[in-house]
Design a protein around this ligand. Structure first.
Ligand code: ADP
Ligand code: MG
Length: 257
């Protein structure tokens, strides 16, 4: 029997005011799987990622990450599911690491303090053990020698690698990347993709929103093409990107050739 997926999204809907941004989204990612999410600007990719760690609360549907499941909207009897409690939200979010386009490092803290902040303040871990963990993670992303410097001394690629180390410090079960290389100069993209590639080979479950189409094809197992809040096409990454079935997917991908 196939293993229960690590990420399961069922019938998720989200509107902002009268604008319906996610329309009945369902998808799943097996443990250790990598899903790439592509689509035009405004198609709802960031909103979907934000729903996956409940930075945005869906109006309806179910989201499960590992053992944490949440239902939103009304049940079949028409009764509203209650808004999740802060404690449950925090536990859910702690299982999901997220890396954004613009790094979002704490500018007034050294690199290592950035990596230590979550485990110490959110998880209540001791400083000594967390420092050890942070040094190991900085080593993993090739930045151990930058531990004591300020983020403003780093290149964009280095900042993004610190952001990845910071997310990993929470020992997430899932990592989400929202256009993590879009703000980088082209020569710095590779060093960040290399870290993501390494995480994939270590079995991290990931969702990658990316415009790096070759990367989406090579590193991801599955590719989802979204447009206007719908999943238009989903399939093996190589097939969706090299031989898309849907006209809308073809049209979108033609911009990258
Ligand atoms: P993508 O990441 O694919 O570019 P987004 O998820 O950022 O798409 O946005 C999808 C749509 O939702 C856009 O029309 C955007 O303007 C709208 N949107 C996103 N976040 C908000 C928000 N907080 N309030 C209102 N509209 C939003
Ligand atoms: Mg976006």
């Amino acid at each position: 029997m196939p293993e229960t997926p690590m990420i399961e999204v069922a019938h998720v809907r989200k509107s902002f005011g009268t604008v319906s941004v996610l329309k009945d989204i369902s998808l799943s990612v097996p443990k250790g799987g990598v899903l790439s999410l592509i689509g035009p600007s405004g198609s709802g990719k960031s909103t979907l990622l934000r729903c996956l760690n409940l930075l945005t609360i869906p109006d309806e549907g179910t989201i499960r990450i590992g053992t944490h499941a949440m239902r939103f909207g009304r049940d079949p009897q028409g009764k509203d599911h209650r808004m999740p409690r802060d404690k449950d939200l925090a536990a859910f979010r702690a299982t999901v690491g997220m890396v954004f386009q613009n790094f979002n490092l704490f500018p007034h803290m050294s690199v290592i303090r950035n990596v230590m902040e979550g485990p110490v303040t959110v998880l209540g871990k001791g400083r000594d053990e967390t420092r050890e963990l942070a040094l190991r993670l900085l080593d993993k992303v090739g930045l151990r020698e930058k531990a004591e410097v300020s983020p403003d001394r780093l290149s964009g690629g280095q900042k993004q690698r610190v952001a990845i180390a910071r997310a990993l410090a929470m020992k997430p079960e899932v990592m989400l990347f929202d256009e993590a290389t879009s703000a980088l100069d082209p020569e710095l993209v590779g060093e960040v993709l290399q870290v993501v590639r390494q995480l994939a080979s270590e079995g991290m479950t990931m969702v990658l929103v990316t415009h790096e189409i070759a990367f989406a094809r090579d590193v991801a197992d599955t590719c989802v093409f979204m447009r206007d809040g719908f999943v238009v096409e989903e399939g093996p990454a190589r097939q969706v990107i090299e031989d898309p079935r849907e006209a809308a997917t073809k049209a979108f991908l033609s911009h990258f050739h």
